[in-house]
Design a protein. Structure first.
Length: 317
């Protein structure tokens, strides 16, 4: 696992990148500047202009093996016309419309595994309640995503420290809110392990899973919460973000992703919704990145009065 620091401090350019392109229906390379052949990582792709599925590829399952974060299907299926290889400076694409529709705007969010930022684990479940799964973050996790690789019907389970309790979880592929059932963890995670429940969503006997475990610190990635006020406010993260995942935990509401590349004319980030295949939405009262965090307008999805929101913010380079 790579370290998330360099001689001059944290080198975010080696850990994360938002990349956009216009599809041309021709096989091509996408240059992100990230070496996806050295160590583990994952790439999340979404067509911005057409209602098509999100796609998630990681270097453990391999190129061509895709997951769809907006549904609960298996993540073992292959497609040789979408993401076709991981490269030393990004990845290659085929001609498929989900990743390369001619004339459509498309985005990829690329993440590299590194201590203090992200750990990616493939593991076999054992059905034991409280099972300790070791991780290599070197710090207490801030956000955990686990997906059963097998047959359909298993959601993308999400744990965050500011849910209502340790046993609570949400589902990345759904509109709903946090719940203790089926849940994910039996205890607060530590700097070395997470303790899993014994359900088939996260730790069924002989089932195989992917876990994407993010850190929580003041340099690379911050996982926290804020209260909506229905007006305007600035959320202090401790750094300027370049990518943001937000979810209302009080109401059933969409997940939202905002990044610093896809912005409206007034500087607010355009919304994409991980739980559905919808096109990109321009929300003029949404989120704007500032030096200490992000500023919110009165958009009801991300700043509803009386709602509590969890977020994960990735630091700008």
């Amino acid at each position: 696992m790579l370290l998330a620091t360099s001689a001059g401090g944290v080198d975010m350019n080696s850990l994360y990148k938002t990349t956009t392109w216009v599809g041309n229906a021709t096989a091509r390379d996408i240059d992100t500047g990230l070496d996806m052949t050295d160590g583990e990582g994952f790439v999340w792709i979404k067509n911005r202009d057409t209602a098509r599925d999100h796609l998630l590829y990681d270097t453990i399952r391999g190129a061509n093996v895709e997951g769809v974060p907006n549904n609960d299907q298996s993540i073992t299926g292959t497609n040789n016309t979408r993401l076709t290889s991981f490269n030393s400076n990004g990845f290659s694409l085929g001609t498929n419309a989900l990743v390369n529709e001619s004339g459509d705007n498309i985005v990829a969010w690329s993440f590299k595994e590194a201590e203090g930022f992200l750990d990616i684990i493939e593991f076999s479940g054992n059905g034991v309640n409280g099972r300790a799964l070791s991780h290599s973050l070197g710090e207490t996790p801030g956000l955990i995503i686990i997906k059963n690789k097998g047959g359909g019907g298993y959601d993308w389970m999400v744990w965050h420290p500011d849910f209502s309790g340790t046993g609570y979880a949400d589902k990345l592929n759904e509109f709903g809110s946090q719940s203790v059932s089926p849940g994910m963890l039996t205890a607060e995670p530590t700097s070395s392990v997470i303790n899993l429940k014994n359900n088939d969503f996260v730790n069924g006997n002989a089932e195989v899973y992917m876990a994407y475990i993010f850190g929580n610190n003041d340099e690379t990635v911050k996982c926290s919460s804020y209260s909506g006020n229905g007006g305007t406010q600035t959320v202090n993260v401790g750094f300027q973000p370049q990518w943001l995942l937000i979810k209302d935990t009080t109401r059933s509401e969409d997940w939202v992703i905002v990044d610093s590349v896809r912005t409206a004319s007034n500087g607010t980030g355009k919304f994409l919704f991980p739980n559905k295949n919808a096109v990109e939405a321009e929300r003029n009262n949404g989120a704007t990145f500032v030096s200490t965090g992000f500023s919110l307008g009165n958009d009801n999805i991300i700043n509803n009065s009386g709602s509590t929101y969890i977020y994960m913010a990735i630091a700008a380079a």
